[in-house]
Ligand binder design. Structure first.
Ligand code: 1PR
Length: 562
């Protein structure tokens, strides 16, 4: 008897388990249909694709017991897909949902905004008089989804009594939580929403709340209205490049234009001469991840930067790092490096999907694909069609496109604009007259690289990002080899070029040297997030300083109240 969690076998459910452990709640996983009878409280932390979720539940004989459990009146908390399965249907899938909430799940309109909707947004209570004591309002929560229940009381009047809160994205209002009787469900992820999310989970578990008599009485509804702008915040991401140092320990390192080895100073001391050539060591990955979470990072990224040399599933320390980081970090974690089909030293074939699955089960929310994405787009361009075998396609199909990030490592190729006659004339960026000496009078295009910048490929950054979007990637992590570690600021021309080429969210990376660089990238481009590494590792700039500068500039950011 007690609290049970339902795992349908795809996506990161470990984070919810970690949140509950941190909050001191004991739980058991539902392993078969008979367990539903033992559950007095049930949480379904669904992540990923609607179709996959329903099919998995059905094939394991769990769909009808879930419906029966909810009908029995015992408390149910659904998260993301765990909310969407309550609805009639989803345009994502021909398979119907449970039909408990009488309205469909539909795709966001991407004409005025990036889809998926990724990031921290607010949830406004539909009836503040009824749920005034709840912690939903006035906080930001983490959303990551391409489909939603659109708020449409004229078309679906019977669904209105279920709606607990709404959220605005672009010029669309959607249902961010439902609540009625024994059912509470959120489109956002409380387990990934920092202290606010943990508080919400804890509050529900302490009173897994059946509505009281007075709650069930009709109250006057405050109809939500579209505002000129949504409240989705700009995200600040802290990135840790991880690799083994020469002693074999996994460390967070940091390169200058991707070179992570110490260089001798012109006036070297004995110590400097001894350390020259060693892998730069800026700390331990789990300790740094915990620190950035505590300091208010909206998202963390761990990149295994030398995984192209090894089989990632054999690289158990990295899985252990993800597991340990996920146990103490309650904001989203992206894991990159080596997400590709591999063969273990003993000859066992491992698909990219298996590698990603191992990371998701360890607690990753998204995987980031680098070199393999470049090869996949090269194949796509050669054949003219998606063959459904690439890492991007297989992982997006199983876990949803929002779980697939493509990490891009472009480098500038300088040309003389007067004589250049190559294929990238339309993508050329022209240097400013008052720009640096290297740029003045020159133009350049951005070439894609693989293996951490070691090999250039015959593909431009625009070709790459448009190709990965077609294959099903949900987000672009945009590095710049030229700016990495320089502190000169983000390459705004690159960021604008990429942002205008795709409809999915873009994270700008490489070159941040001060808080003003973040203000600049959000004022001069439309990117959804900005990432930095070196300045945070060396504690030259604090995350709070960046957020203060953004707030002062009128840019919406998440500042967690103590
Ligand atoms: O090709 O799928 O195995 O993925 C490898 C991953 O490792 C890719 O995401 C690739 O970007 C990354 N990577 C490979 N080599 C390096 C390196 O530095 N030698 N790091 C590397 C890329 C760039 C960012 C860095 C930003 C911000 N690192 O991670 O964090 O540039 O830095 P800054 O704020 O200090 O300027 P695969």
């Amino acid at each position: 008897m007690g609290l049970f969690l339902l795992d349908y076998g795809a996506g990161n459910v470990q984070s919810l388990a970690n949140s509950l452990t941190t909050l001191g709640h004991e739980f058991t996983w539902i392993s078969d249909a008979a367990d539903f009878a033992k559950a007095t409280t049930l949480i379904f932390p669904g992540v990923g694709a609607f179709e996959t979720a329903i099919q998995h539940l059905r094939s394991r004989g769990l769909l009808e017991p879930l419906r029966e459990y909810i009908r029995s009146g015992r408390p149910y908390f659904g998260i993301c897909i765990g909310m969407q399965v309550l609805f009639l249907s989803s345009t994502e899938s021909p398979t119907p949902g449970l039909g408990i909430v009488p309205c469909p799940i539909e795709q966001f309109d991407s004409t005025d905004k990036s889809v998926p909707h990724i990031g921290w947004n607010s949830a406004e209570l539909l009836d503040p008089t009824k749920h005034a004591d709840e912690p939903v309002e006035s906080s930001y929560y983490y959303f990551v989804h391409s489909y939603c229940a659109k708020y449409n009381p004229e078309k679906y009047p019977d669904a209105t009594e279920w709606i607990h809160s709404t959220t605005q994205y672009g010029q669309e209002l959607f249902v961010s939580s439902v609540r009625k009787g024994n059912v509470f469900a959120t489109q956002f992820h409380p387990e990934k929403s920092g202290a606010a999310g943990l508080a919400l989970l804890d509050a529900w578990l302490r009173k897994p709340g059946l509505d009281t008599e007075s709650d069930l009485q009709p109250h006057p509804l405050v109809q939500p209205k579209l505002k000129p702008k949504h409240r989705l915040t700009k995200r600040i991401v802290a990135c840790m490049d991880v690799r083994a140092n020469d002693e074999g320990d996994l460390v967070v390192t940091k390169g200058d234009q991707y070179d992570v080895r110490e260089k001798p100073e012109p006036t070297s001391t004995d110590i400097a001469i001894q350390t020259a050539g060693a892998v730069r060591n800026l700390g331990k990955p789990v300790a740094l991840a915990a620190r950035y979470y505590a300091l208010g990072a909206d998202e963390l990224c761990l990149l295994n930067i030398t995984s192209f040399r090894h089989s990632p599933l054999r690289d158990q320390p990295m899985l252990a790092v993800v597991r340990a980081a996920a146990a103490c970090v309650f904001v989203p974690l992206t894991i990159g490096g080596g997400i590709k089909d591999t063969v273990d030293p003993d000859g066992t074939n491992r698909s990219a999907l298996e590698v990603a699955g191992a990371y998701f089960r360890a607690g990753a929310d998204k995987v980031s694909i680098g070199s393999e994405a470049v090869y996949a787009v090269e194949r796509l361009r050669a054949s003219g069609k998606c063959d459904r075998t690439s890492a991007i396609e297989t992982i997006a199909h199983a876990y949803g496109r929002q779980a697939v990030v493509v990490s891009v490592d472009p480098r500038r190729v300088y040309v003389d604009p007067k004589t250049y006659d190559g294929p990238y004339k339309d993508e050329l960026v022209h240097g400013l007259l008052d720009g640096s000496e290297k740029e003045r009078g020159k133009a350049w295009w951005y070439q894609c690289t693989v293996s951490g910048g070691r090999e250039a490929r015959p593909l431009s950054v625009v070709e790459l990002v448009q190709g990965v979007e077609a294959l099903g990637a949900g987000e672009i992590l945009l590095n710049s080899i030229d700016r990495d570690g320089t502190g000169l600021g983000f390459d705004l021309a690159l960021v604008n070029l990429v942002k205008k080429s795709v409809h999915i969210p873009v994270v700008a990376s490489s070159g941040a040297g001060k808080a003003e660089h973040f203000v600049e990238v959000f004022q001069e481009t439309d990117v959804e997030a900005a990432l930095a590494a070196g300045i945070f590792h060396r504690e030259e700039v604090q995350i709070a300083e960046v957020k203060d500068a953004l707030e002062t500039a009128g840019i919406n950011v998440r500042i967690e109240k103590p």
